[in-house]
Design a protein around this ligand. Sequence first.
Ligand SMILES: *Cc1c(COP(=O)(O)O)cnc(C)c1O
Length: 305
Amino acid sequence: MPLHIHTPLIESRPLSLSTGRTVWLKLEALQPSGSFKLRGVGHACEVHHARGARHFVSSSGGNAGLAVAYAGRKLGVPVTVVVPETTPERARELLRLEDATVVVQGSSWQEANQHAQTLLGADDAFIHPFDDPLLWTGHASMIDEVAEAGFKPDAVLLSVGGGGLLCGVIEGLQRNGWHDVPVLAVETDGAASLHGAIAAGHTVELSRIATVATSLGAKRVAEQALKYSQSHPVHSHLVSDREALMACERLLRDHRLLVEPACGAALALLEHPEAMAAWNHVLVIVCGGATATLEQIHAWLEQAR
Ligand SMILES: *Cc1c(COP(=O)(O)O)cnc(C)c1O
């Protein structure tokens, strides 16, 4: 039994009617850890566990850390998550609810991550949030489920942080023989690390992250994300924070699901007619995210007006 669940695939009647195309939603927000990350992280943790790992270490205070904490609890493996002081109390609380040990160290993710590396003993496994082939193979299972359901989309919309989801979805498309199905890869303006890499022809490091979609805040994408963008049809698109937030509100209204702005970004592209013009049956990966609160989304929307 894998650690993730088989998620529902539904047609969104409201989004289909308003966009004039068929919009299908893969509801990864319903994974027990709150996001798609459990697919890849769960797979990586199971592999490391089978190889004898006795302790999992993560440096993500977001959905990757939550997925590691969940996987560790289910496998009976202790988990330590090192987070910087900037990590909100809510995120720390969610990690503790999964029985993870939370270590607060440093003022930035870089410092927390460096400290996490020093904690690694011989029987420990470090679980990266996006740059690991084990993760991609795990994420790919979401496309297997879509293929099993007998629905072949003519494009897949997803959001991109470090590019782990992108790599996993393309691995899934290719292993189902869907080499012709393009991926519409969406970032917010303030976290455009894939967009920058495609423009430059090599991965680039953003000098800063400036977005409310914190789960998209990887300064540099995985090399494989760029490689796939050059070998599989990938179209890179940007949306504003405000558009991502409005898409969160809309999903809550239409489908009673609260997701992070990181997920709202992918949904927001549906409102860009020029980007969507060529596609009639689209699949949106509703990647989820456990750290959003309605109060926070409303406060951000006030600021973005
Ligand atoms: C991690 C995450 C992303 C981005 O995934 P990457 O693999 O880093 O590209 C998007 N949305 C949510 C909710 C996430 O947790």
